[in-house]
Design a protein around this ligand. Structure first.
Ligand code: ZN
Ligand code: ZN
Ligand code: FE
Length: 703
């Protein structure tokens, strides 16, 4: 009979689309079929109410679906009762990989219902919730191509799976205590936490280290065993009670993505020493809800389970983390893909990614060119990988700092997995200009043509592309990146016009005696910069003799380095133990009621550090003045360039825009004068570089 064929693409597999279509078809008495194919969902429909059926389909897809295209054409349709057909795995793959979603309200109700057959079962899930990306080996998304394959459905689960009216109809991850994965000893984990012990927990995208956050000794013990003296821990809290959050923050915390949200706080205490923010998330896996309910906790430390600088562990919890923990809570479902917790902060009214991973990756970002086969390999720190597929770029989950074998392995595995799952044939590798980054080595190892992109140009392109803007100014305030002149850049203002980038302004170069030694000991950098002003600091003779002899001096225009030097000069951080520590401490120390800055020549680190040095005010006041000065000089430069080059937009990007004062200050100064572009889907830090690298292949080299 004559009917319609509907093709839907986007994130439409593994989100309950087929059962949803089936139930809708029953409602409208539609004949025909639905099936997953490599492009998405393919529906054939016929009957008197076909138009209404298609309208309903279009108007309200299932909650986890992201529809990117919806096409309807005439077709000949078999007049048989509506059925769900086997998936068609042939052809080029274009379906998206679903995200790992937090357990839904319906499943939670069952989890704590003594009458329900899944009462207290920690792997409860349905078509609208549960893991996807972390268990998928390939598309189309079927149980056989996930790490649920070794768990055959029991008769009862099978009935649910096959009953169209059931909410677990065709739920690929469906399982129960009789047939599904199991934890080794949940009651023991609860007891250990109650007794102040440390528990390693195998979860959705990896292992966590947990302890009762209300127990100061337990937190201290975790710090000691993890050899982590100062880096902040994330907290998992039982609910929103006791938190001060605005509507945007509450929505983010409760969303299916369940990121760690950085909240402003006056008293972070031992969990995040010296900082003005606290990382908080709500329970997302059923096991988290069980731990809170059975143990009566309010807050648990829930930090990534990794050894020093290695990525989060995904297998062998006992071997990798057993020496840190008093008990290891294991389960027997394989984690196919590592996926750490995402970290988000709300700034100027909108969420900003500090780490983009679980819940968000690998959702694609649309671009306006054919990116097929382009592979962005990212930078050194906060590495993530980007893969072009048609007019989309799939940005991988956060992979980490490529400083060791494990992380490099993780990069290579993620690449392999995504090429295979997305059905992309890699064509061209795109990497950073820096010859020694392991991501550059990785790009060279692929045996493909290699395109090298200047680091900060990649930042700029990422921000422009996600805002669909071509010509703009870009303020790129960042840590470090290899410049086209061989120096290290990072305090840059570019202009992009008709695909031609130019470097309009930059921080004057600062000498770094001993190179990276200045990052760990930022007072050395402050001393080296101030030396040109005739100012000498105590105990810095080795620095001065290096300057005099002019040996082993690197030069940088990095804004992150200027923050380091300022933090050191203010006595806030003289020994940096993790990346970004000094800038975070400076931001945290800054007095919120100080609005003035220093009247000095712009883009001159020596002048700014001298002003800080000579200012007799308190450290919080000087920290605020330092940031205010940077905001004012950037705003002035942007408006000058905009007028001179006739540009109407400015992008704010680079790791320094994780600083709330800087981002909000600059938006406030500029938004009435020029269109301000900010990151929304992609991190401003190096987590967004891989995406920007792919975009930057479409423009000319820096002039
Ligand atoms: Zn559910
Ligand atoms: Zn079962
Ligand atoms: Fe960067």
């Amino acid at each position: 009979m004559t009917g319609k064929r509907v093709r839907i693409t986007g994130t439409v597999q593994g989100v309950g689309f087929r059962p949803f279509v089936y139930n809708l078809a029953q409602q409208f008495q539609i004949k025909g079929t639905v099936r997953n194919d490599a492009n998405g969902v393919d529906i054939c429909a016929a009957g008197p109410e076909t138009v209404e059926f298609i309208e309903a389909l279009h108007a309200s897809p299932p909650p986890l679906a992201i529809v990117t295209s919806f096409t309807v054409e005439d077709a000949e349709v078999a007049g048989t009762p509506f059925t769900i057909l086997e998936s068609d795995g042939r052809g080029q793959k274009r379906a998206d990989i679903g995200i790992d979603a937090a357990v839904c309200e319906d499943c939670l109700r069952e989890l704590f219902d003594p009458q329900d057959r899944r009462y207290l079962y920690p792997f409860i899930n349905c078509t609208h919730c549960g893991p996807r990306y972390t268990i998928i080996r390939g598309l189309p998304y079927d149980r056989a191509s996930t790490s649920m394959a070794p768990f055959p459905l029991c008769p009862q689960c099978r009935v649910e799976y096959e009953t169209p009216s059931d909410r677990r109809f065709h739920a690929q991850g469906n399982c129960c205590a009789d047939c599904g994965p199991r934890y080794n000893d949940l009651p023991r984990a609860v007891r250990t936490l109650q007794e102040g012990g440390i528990v390693v927990i195998k979860g959705i995208g990896g292992y966590h280290l947990a302890c009762n956050a209300a127990d100061g000794h337990a937190v201290q013990r975790l710090r000691e065993r993890k050899h982590r003296d100062e880096k902040p821990f994330a907290l998992m809290v039982s609910g929103l009670a006791g938190l001060t959050v605005n509507d945007t923050e509450a929505r983010l915390l409760q969303g299916v993505e369940r990121p760690i949200l950085l909240l402003d706080t006056d008293r972070p205490g031992p969990v995040a020493p010296g900082l003005c923010t606290l990382g908080v998330m709500l329970p997302y896996a059923p096991v988290h809800h069980l731990l809170f309910r059975l143990g009566g906790f309010e807050r648990l430390v829930m930090t990534s389970g990794n050894r020093m600088s290695e990525p989060m562990a995904v297998t062998d919890g006992t071997r990798v983390l057993g020496n840190i923990a008093d008990f290891v809570l294991e389960h027997d479902r394989e984690i196919v893909t590592r996926n750490d917790d995402s970290v988000v902060r709300v700034m100027a009214g909108a969420p900003v990614f500090l780490r983009r991973a679980r819940g968000f990756a690998p959702a694609p970002v649309p671009v306006d060119f054919d990116a097929d086969g382009l592979v962005g390999c990212g930078a050194m720190l906060k590495n993530a990988l980007a893969i072009g597929r048609g007019q989309q770029v799939v940005l991988s989950q956060h992979i980490g700092d490529l400083s060791n074998e494990e992380t490099y392995e993780s990069l290579a595995r993620t690449a392999e997995h995504l090429f295979h799952t997305l059905g992309v044939t890699p064509r061209t590798a795109v990497c950073d200009l820096h010859p020694d980054y392991l991501s550059t080595r990785f790009a060279e190892s692929l045996g493909l043509p290699v395109i090298r992109i200047q680091h900060h140009l990649a930042h700029a392109c990422a921000c422009l592309a996600e805002n669909s803007v071509k010509d703009a100014i870009a303020v790129v305030y960042d840590g470090a990146g290899h410049g086209t002149d061989g120096h290290t850049w990072g305090g840059e203002i570019f202009a992009l016009r008709k695909g031609q980038p130019s470097r309009e302004r930059h921080l004057a170069y600062m000498p770094m005696p001993g190179g990276d030694a200045c990052v760990e000991h930022p007072l050395r950098l402050a001393a080296a910069v101030l030396y040109s002003k005739g100012i000498t600091l105590k105990d810095m003779d080795p620095v001065y003799s290096m300057l005099e002899a002019n040996v082993n001096i690197h030069y940088t225009s990095g804004m992150g380095r200027l923050f380091d030097a300022a933090a050191a000069l203010l006595g806030l951080c003289t020994h940096q133990t993790f990346e970004g520590q000094a800038p975070m401490l400076l931001e945290s120390a800054a007095n919120a009621g100080t609005f003035d800055g220093y009247d000095i020549p712009p883009f001159e680190p020596a002048a700014l550090l001298e002003a800080l040095y000579r200012d007799p005010s308190s450290a919080p006041v000087r920290a605020a003045r330092f940031q205010n000065t940077l905001v004012q000089e950037a705003a002035d430069a942007v408006l000058e360039i905009a007028a001179r080059l006739n540009l109407g937009a400015v992008a704010l990007t680079g790791g320094c825009f994780q600083n709330k004062r800087l981002l909000e200050g600059l938006i406030q100064k500029l938004q009435d004068r020029i269109l301000v572009l900010r990151h929304r889907r992609v991190p401003a830090n190096d987590g967004g570089i891989a995406f920007g690298q792919i975009v930057a292949t479409q423009i000319k080299e820096m002039s």
